[in-house]
Design a protein around this ligand. Structure first.
Ligand SMILES: O=c1ccn([C@H]2C[C@H](O)[C@@H](COP(=O)(O)OP(=O)(O)OP(=O)(O)O)O2)c(=O)[nH]1
Length: 173
């Protein structure tokens, strides 16, 4: 609605440019932000419990792993995230206790552009013991966050003059 108003003002008003600039700064994001989910498997739908909580994700398959084995476990979902947001899956705190797996990339980055019809989310898992994961088991969680702003990479000879003293220099206690 605001974008239509914005267009109309730009084309009809003499001071359209100034007004247009004003309206382009008004926040037109839907509230709450919408995440479109496509299911790739017949699993329980994902649920946002409340503001602040991360969203649990489920294995889309039964899978048995031997100690030391690696697998990309399908999560049965693909998503169109809100513009300007990425998603970050991490293990649940209980994932290791329940399934003996660790996430090999530790902190997943789902790019905003990973939103095609075949772009199913996966959990890269390394089994630390023999384990069985059942379809629908909640093995990880994710949240969305704004993508990094545009940055410029600049090479320099010197950084700040005062160095902190190396890793661990502030001691233990
Ligand atoms: O835990 C994850 C991490 C990533 N992805 C998907 C979404 C992401 O956009 C894509 C690529 O991830 P990333 O850029 O971290 O991996 P890459 O090894 O650099 O692959 P690519 O060459 O596809 O960018 O894989 C997942 O399904 N799960």
């Amino acid at each position: 609605m605001l974008s239509k108003l914005h267009e109309a003002i730009e084309t009809t008003s003499e001071s359209g440019y100034r007004l247009g600039t004003y309206f382009s700064q008004v926040d037109t994001k839907p509230n709450p932000l919408q995440i479109k989910v496509k299911y790739f498997a017949d699993i329980e739908p994902i649920q946002k419990i409340s503001k602040g909580d991360w969203i649990d994700l489920r294995s889309a398959t039964d899978i048995e792993l031997k100690q030391g084995e690696y697998a990309l476990i399908p999560l049965g979902v693909g998503m169109k995230l809100p513009e300007g947001y990425e998603a970050n899956p991490v293990p649940r705190s209980s994932t290791y206790k329940n399934f003996g797996i660790i996430q090999t990339n530790h902190f997943g980055v789902i790019d905003n552009s990973y939103s095609g019809n075949e772009d199913q989310w996966h959990f890269p898992a390394l089994a630390m013991r023999d384990t069985v994961i059942k379809k629908n088991d909640r093995i990880c969680q994710f949240r969305i966050q704004e993508v990094m702003p545009e940055v410029e990479i600049v090479t320099v000879e010197n950084l700040d003059a005062v160095s902190r003293g190396g890793i661990g220099s502030t001691g233990k206690a």
